[in-house]
Design a protein around this ligand. Structure first.
Ligand code: GLY
Length: 353
């Protein structure tokens, strides 16, 4: 089958990888393959730290369970090692009030069967010696993980090349649809036709598909300095050690497609991180990045399937986490005709009327 994927973020490329590995002929059309949220993502695989519930939590757990194999496929095809671990994330309570909420929520997750370790002042410092002395405690969510999103994207692009997936740079301006069928995808340079279409258009989905997706700007810092042992997640900062550098994230701004790094944004990231881990004052600033999370009115993704198309957009704060399950939804539908239950949970019909 000829499959056209629109969008080259982590969702588009993971789907392209798996479809190509299953023998499909895949073309990816993208406005810019270095743009979007995936390149700027913190790479935390953190549904509990992010306080997800219900269908979003189910989706996350399904995707986490697919992650190890997914990274294995990416590494095997690309020949590139992608940093990935499941050592757990420290969810800190920086303020007393936050800590109370963290403990209460953790108790609920424990009752649901998740790996939860409640930590007091000395235990949390045994896990993470660099923490500020003012931090009284937190929780270790032992199932959570951490992946180098930038490396993952590099490896996925190389994998496309290895698998003969064509990447075409074009700006899609119109999707020609009749009832539940896509007839063609029109770009500024060309018109594209395929047997099946996958739309993974992230923050750009309003213009392309008229769906209620909007950009949520995030600025993030890349630094080199004291490396914490574990991801430290709190309301004011997340500090994410990778191999060879640390990410300090992230702002969350309603600023449209504004690509500027601002002093206010960068200042708040530095203040937050240093409050949690004072020794970061010494860190060297390597890079300041900006990206656009694809937000939706209820913070949930939008999945939709027609006769010959699938829409996988609105991954908001969890695109890296939900990439493997998104790809699985595509494979099940295209190759087995099996409709995932998530197509009902996250249907755009919830916004009608
Ligand atoms: N998942 C973290 C963020 O979107 O900032």
């Amino acid at each position: 089958m000829n499959i056209l994927i629109v969008g080259s973020g982590v969702v588009g490329l993971s789907t392209a990888l798996d479809l190509a590995l299953s023998g499909e002929r895949v073309t990816v059309v993208t406005r810019n393959y270095e743009e979007g949220a995936s390149w700027v993502a913190g790479g935390m695989l953190a549904p509990l730290s992010e306080e997800l519930e219900g269908d979003l939590l189910d989706l996350s757990v399904d995707s986490l369970n697919l992650y190890g194999d997914f990274i294995g496929r990416v590494e095997e095809v690309s020949g590139i090692k992608v940093f990935f671990e499941r050592e757990g994330i420290l969810r800190l309570g920086v303020e007393e009030e936050e800590l109370g909420e963290v403990y209460r929520r953790a108790e609920r997750y424990r009752e649901m069967g998740f790996k939860v370790e409640k930590l007091g002042p000395s235990e949390i410092r045994a896990e993470e010696p660099y923490l500020s002395e003012k931090i009284e405690g937190g929780v270790l969510y032992g199932d959570e993980g951490n992946v180098d999103a930038e490396k993952l994207m590099d490896a996925l692009l190389i994998a496309m090349n290895q698998l003969g997936v064509r990447i075409v740079v074009d700006d899609v301006v119109e999707v020609e649809k009749r009832d539940r069928r896509v007839e063609s995808v029109k770009g500024l340079k060309d018109v594209y036709r395929a047997d099946f279409y996958v739309f993974a258009t992230g923050s750009w989905s309003r213009a392309t598909l008229n769906l209620p997706v909007f950009p949520v700007k995030g600025q993030i810092l890349k630094v080199k300095g004291p490396e914490p042992r574990k991801v430290c997640y709190s309301r004011i900062s997340y500090i994410i050690p990778k191999e060879g550098y640390v990410l300090l994230g992230a702002t969350s701004e309603d600023a449209g497609f504004d690509t500027r790094n601002t002093l206010e944004g960068v200042g708040s990231l530095i203040d937050g991180a240093v409050k949690v881990m004072p020794s970061l004052k010494e860190a060297e600033l390597l890079d300041i990045k900006v990206g656009f999370r694809p937000g939706t009115p209820d913070g949930k993704p939008i999945f939709d399937a027609g006769d010959n198309y699938l829409v996988l957009v609105g991954h908001y704060r969890n695109g890296i986490l939900w990439a493997p399950v998104s790809s699985r939804i595509a494979l099940d539908l295209i190759q087995k005709g099996v409709r995932s239950r998530y197509l009902d949970s996250f249907s755009p019909s919830r916004f009608e009327g």
